[in-house]
Design a protein around this ligand. Structure first.
Ligand SMILES: NC(=O)c1ccc[n+]([C@@H]2O[C@H](COP(=O)([O-])OP(=O)(O)OC[C@H]3O[C@@H](n4cnc5c(N)ncnc54)[C@H](O)[C@@H]3O)[C@@H](O)[C@H]2O)c1
Length: 723
């Protein structure tokens, strides 16, 4: 052994081969501060080993290296940009020092090499991977670009256009595509990886392979003529400008860095990478996207824990109601391997539910993502039924019948007598109190809400709603089942609107009030889409959700929070509803919905809607983008804060992920709490206080004022107990 650290080791094997092995104490290898310190020592040890003739870089884990330790990023990135440049240079210098070892080097890549892990392999002369490899640069998904030499080495290995494609999409590639672009020199079966890597290394040691010639291009300028360079980079910039847009600066900074570095040697190019990385690390988008990654880990971690704790496993399910939601739930359960009975009282609905599932599957087959055999297996796992006969032995029932408390109560009570005592009952209600529905049951401990979002196959969120009698075992089993269905479950407490709708409706209220004051709903949609970044503005979202559904929910919220969420007089949503303009579902709402010449959906602002609003609205008024954003977002943020204070949702991480997964909150803003913290608590309070006269939804809580005063972060504070 020529070096032994906590995560890294270097051992001299036969024939002068040094095996430099990554074996971190946790489950995966990653570059954290401690690993970097050891990495420097390994390089010294190799350089001092006079018997060393070549270096083999391996992982003792089931994966290679998953990247840099992202949990260290947010704290590190608090430093000023000027301090971050030397910080990242310090790291890229280590990779350079490894690359400069005067011996041939090879990476034997098993399974996963992402980000910094992939950069480690680029610093080697040769790269061989096993067939299961997943390799790439996900940095852009964190609002960053590679910072350990990736932007310098990758284009010099696979060409500038391929490098831009790899780094700007952040996609992980499989062995065949990495081999095709020349990132990998060879791909072998996992059990052959080690010996095959040794064989290549020996050939390099023996001079049969010219490793110096292989290394040389990585140390020089890119081999592109000025014309080729102009063509390559202008095409790339055009594509990135169109795709990424202004809210996601990372891909453009990255391609401009590559362009400026094209004529420089490694040292010059690396200096540009260092400054580009530091610049991106300081953007709001990077801190939001890194925060999002960590919040997602919290949600996934909780689901994993619940799966471990769950003492009831769900092997067979039933859904009651084969409508829009029931059909989607049946598809999703069957697709992810849990057979499901789909029960309805109406034969036509069952056929519709099945054809919805078949339609989703057919599309996947057409796109080559699924074969006909798997499609048949999924469809066979859905059993349509008009009776409860097949429901008797299921482990879980998801009730998804019409949104009517009486009918739901009856259906739940009825099915409870059919299933066995341990089976779990859930409701997909979007508005009815779980505690109210539980009153119809004799085993309320086995009951909770399981709120899916439409369309079920596409929307990642499931709110698992805990009633006052729901047992921990029930919650754990339902969370585990939702995760098994490929969803991201978030546990919330019962209250009107649960979590997502509770915070969405104050936002809609802000919108309605602005329209009544004379704002144009099209202008509001434009600002909220283009400036704030929502996938659709509030008027279009109301049309998509359904004006009837929204009007009903507004009533529920107003009954639940009578002073704060009072139904507005002449609310535009109610005005449309009273005129039977239900939105996309009947082709008319705020917009008239139709199809263009090519059959694609299209919409135009409805003249009829303007006419209906006119008698109730003030004269047309133009509001600034800042005011529109403030008037809609303050009520949402305030309500999220209230949900945290009341313990409706456990953590800021889950609160943010709920909005990202449930209603498409712009990811580059990281969620409502990340948005609040990016603005700064004091700034938000000042802004909200300006509008406090408009009503309770604009008034910040004492808890928020307290947090601001003591300079606390919602991400590091248990808000419920801190109150
Ligand atoms: N549509 C959405 O966007 C959405 C989103 C989240 C939650 N939800 C909730 O999901 C539930 C279902 O909504 P949907 O949009 O699928 O409704 P839907 O009207 O499309 O379907 C309801 C189905 O229930 C069936 N049904 C009625 N009584 C029944 C009974 N006694 N036994 C079995 N089946 C019965 C009906 O025949 C119909 O097929 C509602 O509680 C709704 O609030 C809907």
């Amino acid at each position: 052994m020529i070096y032994q650290g906590k995560s890294l080791s270097a051992k001299l094997l036969a024939d002068g081969i040094v095996e430099f092995s990554f074996n971190a104490q946790g489950s995966v290898n990653k570059f954290d501060k401690a690993t970097f310190d050891e990495y420097k020592e390994v390089i010294v040890a190799i350089n001092n080993c006079s018997d060393a003739k070549g270096v083999l870089v391996t992982s003792a884990k089931s994966t290679y290296i998953v990247g840099a330790d992202i949990t260290e990023f947010l704290e590190t990135f608090k430093q000023p940009e000027a301090a971050l440049v030397p910080w990242v240079k310090n790291a890229s210098d280590v990779f350079d020092a490894f690359e400069d070892i005067q011996l041939p080097t090879i990476a034997a890549i098993n399974s996963v090499a992402l980000g910094g892990g992939c950069e480690m392999t680029l610093a080697c002369d040769y790269r061989i991977a096993d067939t299961s490899v997943s390799i790439g640069f996900p940095e852009v998904k964190l609002g960053l670009m590679p910072g350990f030499g990736g932007t310098v080495r990758l284009p010099r290995i696979i060409g500038a256009d391929n490098a831009v494609e790899w780094m700007s999409t952040g996609k992980a590639h499989r062995a065949d595509s990495a081999l095709a672009v020349g990132l990998l020199d060879a791909v072998v079966a996992p059990d052959k990886l080690y010996q095959a890597a040794i064989k290549i290394l020996k050939q390099a040691i023996e001079g049969k392979l010219d490793w110096r010639a292989k290394r040389q291009p990585k140390l020089e300028a890119l081999k592109l003529s000025p014309l080729e360079s102009l063509m390559t980079f202008s095409t790339c910039k055009g594509m990135i400008a169109a795709k990424a847009g202004k809210h996601y600066p990372a891909p453009m900074v990255m391609v401009k860095t590559l362009e400026a570095a094209a004529t420089l040697d490694r040292a010059g190019a690396m200096a540009l990478e260092n400054t580009g990385f530091a610049k991106l690390a300081k953007t709001d988008a990077a801190s939001a996207q890194i925060g999002l990654f960590m919040a997602d880990q919290v949600v996934k971690g909780k689901a994993k824990k619940a799966t471990k704790q769950a003492n009831k496993s769900i092997n067979k399910a039933a859904v009651l109601g084969a409508g829009i939601m029931g059909g989607g739930i049946a598809y999703q359960s069957a697709y992810k391997g849990t057979p499901i009975i789909m029960k309805d009282i109406n034969d036509g609905a069952l056929n519709l539910g099945l054809s919805t599932a078949a339609g989703i599957l057919t599309k996947q087959v057409e796109r080559g993502r699924l074969n006909a055999k798997k499609m048949a297996i999924v469809l066979n796992a859905i059993t349509p039924s008009l009776s409860y006969d097949n429901v008797k032995d299921v482990d879980i029932v998801i009730e998804a019948v019409v949104e009517n408390p009486k009918i739901k109560g009856l259906v739940l009570a009825e099915v409870e007598t059919v299933i066995n005592d341990e089976a779990i009952l859930t409701s997909n209600t979007s508005t009815i109190s779980i505690d109210l529905l539980a009153q119809s049951l004799t085993r309320p401990q086995n009951f909770c809400g399981m709120h899916f979002f439409n369309p079920v196959n596409k929307m990642p969120l499931v709110e698992v709603i805990r009633g006052k009698d729901t047992s921990d075992e029930t919650v754990a089993a339902v969370v585990a089942y939702a995760a098994k269905m490929g969803k991201s479950p978030i546990v919330v407490n019962d209250c009107p609107g649960f979590y997502v709708n509770r915070v969405l409706f104050p936002y809609f209220a802000g919108f309605s009030q602005l329209v009544l004051e004379g704002a144009d709903f099209v202008a509001i949609d434009k600002v909220m889409e283009q400036q704030f970044g929502w996938p659709m503005g509030p008027a279009l979202l109301l049309d998509v959700v359904g004006v009837d559904t929204a009007d009903h929910c507004t009533g529920v919220m107003s009954a639940g929070f009578p002073t704060r969420m009072t139904k507005l007089d002449n609310d535009p949503v109610s005005t449309l509803y009273n005129d039977k303009r239900f939105g996309q579902k009947n082709g008319k709402g705020f917009y008239d919905h139709g199809k263009d010449k090519r059959g694609r959906p299209m919409k135009i602002a409805s003249a009829a809607a303007y006419d209906l609003f006119a008698p109730h609205c003030a004269d047309k008024q133009v509001f600034t983008s800042e005011e529109i954003i403030a008037r809609l977002m303050i009520p949402m943020v305030n309500e999220v804060v209230r949900c945290l204070e009341e313990g409706v949702v456990d953590t800021a991480a889950e609160a943010d992920m709920g909005l990202i997964y449930g209603i498409g909150f712009p990811p580059f803003r990281g969620g409502a709490i990340r948005y609040l913290e990016t603005l700064g608590l004091d700034n938000f309070i000042t802004m909200a206080d300006n509008y406090a006269h408009l009503g309770e939804i604009y008034q910040v809580t004492d808890g928020l004022r307290e947090m601001a005063k003591s300079a606390k972060s919602y991400f590091f504070t248990d808000v419920k107990t801190a109150k």
